[in-house]
Unconditional design. Structure first.
Length: 205
């Protein structure tokens, strides 16, 4: 009904504007008859327009009611579906959420434990590798020092002239000694000493 009242006010305003326009443009003589005709035309069409507006307003109201019923029906369907799911599964929504959260928590713990074991295994393998490398270096150093101590002997000479006698003419004496003993004779610039090198400690001594 508010729309109908507004339409009536608009119609009255149009009539008043037409009368004012006629007076301003010097049509005072014809204004009464013209204004009367305009008012009559507006009055004749007003009921039809009013009825059309009323029908439109009623259609909108019906559509709004239909939409409201559809919303209520959809909400009821959702509630019914939820009740049916709870009946079939035997679980309420709250219980289903609780079980889902528990499953997610258990899976997260399992993944974390597996990752921790993986890190521990990788750390152990890396530690073993480093220990083996360190032991290998230490063993090499110890073996080198031990080999030098066990395969080399130094024989002190009273004079350096004895080096010449050991060597002999054209190295005959030293070759004969090495063949007989299986020990290498190392004669260098070391004063008053000859180095004997061999793996057989008895022969070397």
């Amino acid at each position: 009904m508010e729309i109908i009242a507004a339409a009536a006010l608009i119609a009255v305003g149009i009539v008043a504007a037409a009368l004012v326009y006629g007076r301003v443009h010097g049509t005072r003589a014809a204004a009464p008859s013209t204004g009367a005709a305009t008012v009559a035309a507006l009055d004749a069409g007003l009921p039809e327009r009013t009825a059309a507006l009323a029908r439109r307003e009623e259609a909108l109201a019906r559509r709004e009611s239909e939409l409201q019923r559809e919303r209520e029906s959809a909400s009821a369907d959702r509630r019914e579906l939820q009740r049916e799911l709870e009946r079939v599964s035997g679980l309420s929504v709250a219980r289903a959420k609780q079980l889902l959260l528990k499953e997610v928590e258990d899976q997260a713990k399992h993944d974390a434990a597996r990752r921790i074991r993986q890190i521990e295994e990788e750390t152990k393998r890396e530690a073993d590798r480093r220990v083996r490398n360190i032991l290998s270096v230490c063993m090499q150093r110890l073996a080198a020092g031990h080999a030098a101590e066990t395969t080399v002997s130094v024989v002190q000479l009273s004079t350096d002239d004895m080096k010449g006698r050991i060597i002999g003419r054209e190295g005959r004496n030293i070759r004969a000694l090495e063949n007989l003993t299986g020990v290498d004779f190392i004669i260098d610039d070391t004063p008053g000493a000859v180095v004997l090198s061999g793996f057989d400690g008895v022969r070397r001594e």
